[in-house]
Design a binder for this molecule. Structure first.
Ligand code: HEM
Ligand code: HEM
Length: 345
């Protein structure tokens, strides 16, 4: 009886030590990360209104703002598939292959830095880029304005979305409307977010082990905050550069923006929200398997060979970052008119 009493106390002590450890992990996680809010966030300098959101959604799906008339934002940021295109590097105008993998637009409103190299400050300045990029939509602002200007419903919608403005139909306002729509593309209520909000039982032991490793081995140093990344830039290969198949010498990352030697091969720490939906990985899209991406990070960023069990646990944790996907209604776009410019033949 005495023995079994001691065993019982030991068992209880063990259990309470584990519970305390569980508490500590949850507290540390709640400090390093933040849940995605359930409500659409506000955007600086661009009040998010129903009218802007609706117009932005139309523009996001309208291929007529591309030179070919077939590429829309949704071509490369497919909202039915996690907001990316799930190919190595995007196929744009004239079937040209771009140099980089398409990042998801989901939760991009929370990123402090846009693009793999941070060359756009916010979603507003971002949106005008792909429309004009020769390897993406290859259109000019003049083409876009004459397309939209030839369609009465667009004229009227720009006027309602930007009331009181002299010339509401403008390239700037197009960018603002798209930005407002993108602010609605958020994915709350992931299992990890429910954990952050206090539901400690929602993660499995393996997922918690993965979270612990993510924090203790140092992933969290670069992948933190609300999007577990998307806030800052780091060399890809802090400790050891990955092979040229994954990091080819031609794309020097942030160096191309700042022309500063220390920015060579510096890229944005990618946001890891919904990462289970956004294969293939890295700016080159060369890695299809999330476990392999995790092992590469261990070696290249931390100089650590993670073992099989550690990789599996971290990957299991990363899969808990998949949130509730936005339910986007496909807009009905107004028909072209006799004066709408035709797409490039
Ligand atoms: C990057 C939105 C059209 C391919 C981005 C980002 C956003 C975005 C918000 C930055 C995401 C981040 O850094 O986390 C849009 C919008 C579009 C559009 C609103 C329509 C106006 C396209 C098209 C393609 C494309 C048509 C493919 C042909 C890419 C690629 C990047 C990117 C490859 C990464 C570029 C880099 O980092 O250098 N887009 N996109 N996008 N988008 Fe788009
Ligand atoms: C990319 C996870 C540590 C900086 C990625 C990706 C994953 C990941 C899965 C690819 C995501 C995608 O392409 O969508 C991890 C894990 C880590 C870790 C599990 C710990 C073992 C770090 C650290 C840093 C860092 C410590 C900074 C020193 C980056 C950068 C990229 C990236 C810059 C983008 C690389 C590129 O494609 O150019 N990380 N990461 N990561 N991570 Fe990490």
């Amino acid at each position: 009886l005495l023995l079994s009493g001691i065993a019982g106390i030991a068992l209880l002590l063990g259990a309470s030590a584990r519970a305390a450890e569980d508490d500590d992990l949850q507290k540390a996680a709640a400090q390093a990360f933040k849940p995605i809010p359930a409500m659409v966030p506000s955007v600086q300098g661009n009040p998010v209104t129903r009218e802007k959101i609706d117009l932005g959604r139309m523009l996001f799906f309208d291929p007529r703002i591309s030179a070919s008339g077939i590429l829309s934002c949704n071509s490369c940021h497919n909202l039915a598939m996690g907001g990316g295109d799930n190919v190595e590097t995007s196929i744009g105008h004239g079937w040209q292959r771009g140099g980089r993998n398409s990042p998801t637009v989901l939760n991009s409103v929370f990123n402090a830095a846009q693009f793999w190299d941070g060359r756009a400050a916010d979603l507003r300045s971002q949106a005008t880029g792909p429309i004009q990029a020769s390897v993406e939509m290859a259109a000019t602002p003049a083409h876009v304005m004459s397309v939209l200007g030839s369609i009465p419903e667009y004229q009227q919608r720009f006027a309602t979305a930007f009331p009181g403005e002299q010339a509401p139909l403008s390239f700037d306002n197009l960018a603002k409307a798209i930005e407002a729509f993108e602010a609605t593309l958020i994915t709350p209520h992931s299992r990890f977010d429910q954990y952050l909000e206090g539901n400690k039982a929602i993660l499995t032991a393996q997922e918690k082990q993965g979270l612990k490793l993510f924090m203790e081995t140092g992933c969290v140093a670069c992948h933190n905050g609300i999007n577990l990344g998307g806030q800052d830039y780091f060399p890809f290969g802090v400790v050891e550069k990955p092979g040229a198949d994954i990091l080819p010498p031609g794309d020097r990352g942030r160096f191309q923006v700042t022309r500063t030697a220390s920015d060579e091969y510096v890229f944005r720490a990618v946001p890891l929200r919904n990462v289970a939906l956004t294969a293939p990985y890295f700016h080159t899209g060369k890695v299809w398997d999330l476990e392999q991406a995790v092992s590469i990070m261990g070696v290249s960023q931390l100089g650590k060979e993670l073992n099989k069990e550690e990789v599996a646990a971290i990957t299991a944790f990363l899969r808990t970052l998949t949130g509730e996907q936005p339910r986007v209604e496909l807009p009905v776009l107004p028909a072209s008119t006799a004066t709408t410019p035709h797409p490039e033949p």
